[in-house]
Design a protein around this ligand. Structure first.
Ligand SMILES: Cc1cc2nc3c(=O)[nH]c(=O)nc-3n(C[C@H](O)[C@H](O)[C@H](O)COP(=O)(O)OP(=O)(O)OC[C@H]3O[C@@H](n4cnc5c(N)ncnc54)[C@H](O)[C@@H]3O)c2cc1C
Length: 594
């Protein structure tokens, strides 16, 4: 069997069209409006919450007369029998004649896996076997009793955010360093903001007691989410990308208007404005005083021989420069807290009246899945691999050449004020984009990243998480490098202390003419011989853009799984890993039965 990975050729026009309707619905949301994605917003509303706080809930309508009535709060799981740990789990409160649940396993509880789980439930709320909802559809329009429930089992060897997602800084923006918009960047940010709203809503409801959840398995490995390390899931003070040299300053000025036309929220700002919104920022000399540098450029120009070269250089020199790109609506997420809350939102959705009775969202922590034929994920109607940089730990994906991703390690540091010192970070300052970036999780906790370390391995990816710089010289060097570089942009940082150093691995996808795009598709080899196609799915290659793309990818994979049709995935993303060597499965020591 050939092992060459490929992006598939184009889908049928019909299926593409339907997928695009949903993407289009997401595109209607803007970065300035926390939630405008109609489908996702309606899910929040179906959960009985508003954007501004806990919505007054009407009386909860029992979805099955056979179920015990719930009290004034939603007790998720109390009236539902806890699912056992694998696919043989029977559905919870099904009455005779109720539709069989569709059982879906998701391996990997990072951005990709949790977003997939949430969207699978959301898709179920809309009718898993029905055509996709149009943008304005309201799930309540179709009676939940006629819809097929879904059981989503999320497996992770460490816990929620146990991989790169727990390391990532949460600077959410759709821009390249030059100020251009990345592929579907505006849609991606809008889709992420809709999930952030769902996560915040779940947290508000749980905090206020409007809903309660039965204990799930330990949700994170680091427990940082429990310690609520920031003060909020999302820090909404805007973001800014200061130009680090005159060339970048010109690019930002040049591309900002076109990006704004494409839906970007960023505006090019001058030096005074930059210093006003980010007091203490260092502005490089050529950006602060371009005239002096233009004179130097003119001198260089006169040495050019060809007239066309001189003309181009003169045009470049005369082009306007911006000290920074400012995104007033930019958001910084605490990714650990966000993912834990999004998983809770998924559980609440499974138990809500918006989804049919019998829906389950269950986390299985400490479950390292070595093969898609492993008995723990056998018997599912679909298995979604969302293992990030560790996807190669799945035997069927482990052969060289099966996955076209390149693994790149990186460190980040969390800085806190030095002992008995006030924080040098102004409460109202925006997050700083760049290399390195500074993501304020609160006024007293800054996340600074990231280093780029090539040649990482699957095993490196599996050891993602906090590292001890005292015992790990790479971590020590990385921390020193990050603090030094971040201090060059924002000198007050130098006075802060390193609290935590983390390491993670990105799975970078190959470059395409449209940019580095994530990979979504059906994995070859998981068919039952019934002509229905393989039950195995893949979502990965989120690279350095996990935050922007994961929500959109979650919607795409949920749609593809619901329809059993990879053609609903946009052509640019589509990728079908080929299972190359069946003997690998045997050598992994797992049951290779059908
Ligand atoms: C240092 C660093 C900084 C970054 N900063 C940013 C940033 O600022 N913004 C941004 O958008 N992106 C950033 N990224 C990229 C971002 O982190 C990734 O794109 C994203 O986290 C990938 O998400 P994922 O769900 O695909 O993978 P992961 O988050 O790695 O999740 C995979 C999960 O699968 C589990 N798993 C793996 N193998 C198995 C198995 N065999 N069985 C069971 N479970 C398994 C893991 O435990 C893990 O929880 C950064 C990455 C790094 C490394």
């Amino acid at each position: 069997m050939s092992g060459s990975p490929k992006r598939q050729s184009g889908p049928t026009a019909g299926t593409r069209g339907r997928a695009d309707v949903r993407a289009g619905a997401m595109a209607t949301a803007s970065a300035s409006a926390p939630v405008t994605c109609v489908t996702l917003l309606s899910a929040c509303e179906r959960l009985g919450a508003s954007r501004d706080g806990v919505a007054p809930r009407g009386p909860r309508v029992p979805r099955r007369h056979s179920k015990p009535d719930s009290s004034s709060s939603d007790v998720v799981g109390r009236h539902r029998r806890r699912a056992r740990s694998h696919a043989s789990v029977a559905s919870i409160d099904r009455a005779p004649g109720d539709p069989e649940p569709r059982k879906i396993a998701v391996i990997g509880a990072g951005f990709a896996g949790v977003a997939a789980a949430y969207h699978i439930l959301l898709r179920c709320a809309e009718g898993l076997d029905d055509p996709p909802a149009i943008a304005t559809a309201d799930a309540s329009a179709s009676p939940s009793s006629s819809r097929r429930p879904v059981e989503v089992h999320l497996f992770d060897e460490k816990g929620i955010a146990g991989g790169a997602s727990g390391v990532a800084a949460g600077l959410l923006h759709p821009y390249t360093p030059r100020g251009k918009i990345i592929w579907k960047g505006v849609d991606g940010v809008a889709a992420t903001l809709a999930l952030v709203a769902a996560a915040e809503d779940a947290e508000r409801r749980l905090d206020s007691g409007a809903a309660t959840l039965e204990d799930d398995e330990a949700t994170t490995t680091t427990s940082t989410a429990e310690r609520r390390r920031g003060e909020a899931i999302a820090w909404r003070k805007g973001t800014v990308r200061p130009a680090r040299n005159l060339k970048q300053a010109r690019d930002l000025a040049r591309f900002a208007p076109a990006s704004a036309t494409a839906g970007g929220e960023g505006v090019a700002i001058d030096c005074n404005r930059l210093r006003a919104i980010l007091p203490g920022v260092d502005v490089p000399e050529d950006v602060a005083n371009p005239i002096a540098f233009i004179e130097k450029e003119m001198e260089e120009m006169s040495k050019l021989n060809s007239a066309s070269e001189r003309r181009r250089a003169a045009e470049r020199s005369a082009s306007p420069a911006a000290a920074a790109l400012h995104i007033p609506e930019g958001v910084v997420l605490d990714s650990n807290r966000y993912l834990s809350a999004l998983w809770n939102a998924t559980r609440l959705l499974a138990a809500s009246d918006a989804t049919p009775a019998g829906c389950v969202a269950r986390l299985h922590v400490g479950e390292s899945i070595g093969s898609l034929r492993d008995e723990r994920v056998r018997g599912y109607d679909a298995v979604v691999v969302a293992c990030g940089g560790a996807a190669g730990s799945i035997a069927e994906l482990s052969s060289a050449g099966t996955l076209p991703t390149t693994l790149q390690g990186g460190h980040v540091v969390e800085l806190v004020p030095a002992a008995e010192r006030d924080s040098p970070w102004d409460e109202s300052s925006p997050g700083i984009l760049g290399a390195p970036y500074v993501a304020p999780l609160s006024a007293r906790r800054l996340l600074v990243g990231t280093t780029k370390e090539f040649g990482a391995t699957v095993e490196d990816a599996r050891r993602a998480g906090p590292v001890d710089p005292g015992a790990d010289s790479a971590a020590e060097t990385a921390a020193a490098e990050l603090v030094a570089k971040a201090s060059a942009t924002y000198p007050p940082i130098e006075a802060m202390d390193v609290d935590i150093v983390r390491y993670g691995v990105r799975a970078n996808p190959p470059r395409t003419p449209a940019g580095s795009l994530p990979l979504v598709g059906r994995i070859d080899g998981g068919g039952d011989g019934d002509g229905a196609g393989s039950r195995w799915w893949f979502v990965g290659g989120l690279g350095a853009r996990g935050l922007v793309y994961h929500a959109m990818l979650g919607a795409h994979i949920a749609e593809a799984v619901a329809r059993g049709d990879p053609d609903v995935i946009p052509e640019e993303l589509r990728f079908d890993p080929k299972v190359v060597d069946e003997s690998i499965v045997g050598s992994a020591g797992v049951d290779s039965g059908a």
